[in-house]
Write a protein that binds this ligand. Structure first.
Ligand code: M6R
Length: 364
């Protein structure tokens, strides 16, 4: 049941410190401060290209993984959505590995994409939440997420546990290839270990986010912006909001704003920025200044330093913990989920079973 919670989605948001911790502990050796992956039936140091495929939120977890794998493991990666990939007849390389991400393990397009990749001689890894699912059964290697059953149609804890598994995989591949030094691995490991308690800290901003959702619930259109590994988070924010509140939302890379979407900005369009402090923040600040100059209402998710830097151009700010940029996507998923959740509650929609959607898409 839902216990003390009003919706399954809310309960599942609050389960994240525990389930992310459980998932992390399957790969993490706290004594050695290093990631311990299970044995793979192929050499992790010699993957010519990793092709990552999923649908919806799962594909966005794959996009985050691309940033991690490129940066930390210097791994060649392609990411695609399953409904495109499966029909494209893409050539796949020798010594290629394909990775499929799915909460249910039954999504029809993802399964068809897996079968195509297998026919093309790719080794198959899957990240699934249901270990007895079809996708798990047809894989050479399964990396399970330990999210437990996810009932709400909107993916929350499945997503953050997928990210957790993918972060460990990126570190494992980096180690196998020798691109990650032991010092860097220790640094990343401690950043990962801190995640459950950081998530708990962010859950304490629930009330602030609930208040902000009043503004969002009145909007017709909402824009989400992010850069680097938070660009996929901008898309995830938009997906989550439209799925459960029925408000039109788009996620964009902050640097793409001036190539089109800035034309939408006026005082009725909230712009939600995921922008932690760091070298890229200056760029995002100048994008936000352009939004501000056009009357757009900025909602900023950042850390203390970033919120101070943005000054009064933001109408609302949510202060998040300052963390290694590597782990930021896992943490920035939280305010995004809470904002969508509270906006939907205010709008009175069916949060757990939004119209027109199914939890698992097993028909084409
Ligand atoms: O079960 P899967 O992870 O394969 O499902 C993929 C998508 O249908 C799913 O993530 C969908 O986008 C969510 N409802 C988003 O919250």
């Amino acid at each position: 049941g839902k216990g003390q919670y009003r919706h399954f989605m809310q309960k599942e948001i609050y389960e994240q410190p525990a389930v992310v911790g459980d998932t992390l502990h399957t790969f993490f050796n706290p004594l050695a401060r290093s990631i311990q992956l299970p044995d793979f039936p192929f050499d992790l140091a010699n993957i010519s290209r990793l092709t990552i495929v999923g649908c919806g939120t799962a594909s966005l977890a794959g996009m985050v993984a691309k940033y991690w794998l490129e940066q930390e493991a210097r791994q060649l990666v392609e990411v695609d959505i399953a409904s495109e990939f499966r029909y494209r007849e893409a050539p796949l390389p020798d010594n290629g590995v394909s990775l499929f991400i799915s909460q249910s393990g039954e999504t029809i397009d993802t399964l068809a994409a897996l079968r195509y990749a297998k026919e093309q001689g790719q080794k198959i890894i899957s990240v699934v939440n249901v270990p007895e699912s079809t996708i798990a059964r047809e894989s050479d290697m399964v990396l399970p997420t330990l999210a437990g059953p996810e009932i709400g149609v909107a993916s929350t804890k499945a997503f953050t546990t997928q990210l957790t598994v993918l972060a460990c995989l990126a570190i494992g591949i980096g180690r196998a290839k020798g691109t990650i030094t032991p010092e860097r691995e220790a640094e990343l490991s401690s950043a990962l270990t801190e995640i459950p308690s950081r998530i708990t800290e962010i859950l304490n901003t629930d009330e602030i986010i609930r208040k902000i959702s009043a503004d969002v619930s009145e909007a017709r259109d909402v824009l989400y912006l992010g850069r680097g590994n938070l660009y996929p988070m901008a898309m995830e924010g938009a997906l989550k909001l439209k799925e459960i509140s029925y408000i039109h939302a788009e996620g964009y890379a902050a640097g793409e704003m001036k190539h089109g979407p800035i034309a939408l900005i006026d005082e009725n369009v909230p712009v939600i920025a995921c922008a932690p402090s760091g070298p890229m923040m200056e760029k995002t600040i100048s994008n936000l200044q352009e939004v501000h100059a056009r009357g757009g209402q900025i909602i900023l998710f950042s850390d203390e330093e970033g919120v101070a830097r943005a000054g009064d151009i933001a109408k609302h700010s949510v202060v998040l913990p300052k963390v290694d940029p590597f782990v930021a996507p896992i943490l920035y998923a939280l305010p995004i989920q809470l904002l969508a959740y509270h906006t939907a509650v205010l709008k009175g929609t069916d949060v757990d079973q939004p119209r027109n959607l199914a939890k698992s898409v097993t028909v084409e």
